[in-house]
Design a protein around this ligand. Structure first.
Ligand SMILES: [Zn+2]
Length: 64
């Protein structure tokens, strides 16, 4: 009995079968994989910027 798992692409939420033939799983395509990676990289930069910003705020609070 062959069990097929259906997953959703994290980028476009399209349903796809989790199998060896889906080379870009959990993404439905290389495009979605690259889009997700790009968003992740952007998110990391944004978080880093906010983290630095909050550190500056803390310094201001301690000097006041
Ligand atoms: Zn997709």
């Amino acid at each position: 009995m062959k069990i097929s798992r259906i997953i959703n692409c994290p980028t476009c939420e399209k349903e796809l079968e989790w199998s060896d033939k889906n080379y870009f799983r959990p993404f439905c395509s290389q495009r979605c994989k690259l889009i997700d990676f790009g968003e992740w990289a952007t998110e990391q930069k944004k978080i880093a910027g906010e983290f630095i910003g909050s550190l500056e705020d803390d310094e201001k609070d301690t000097t006041q």
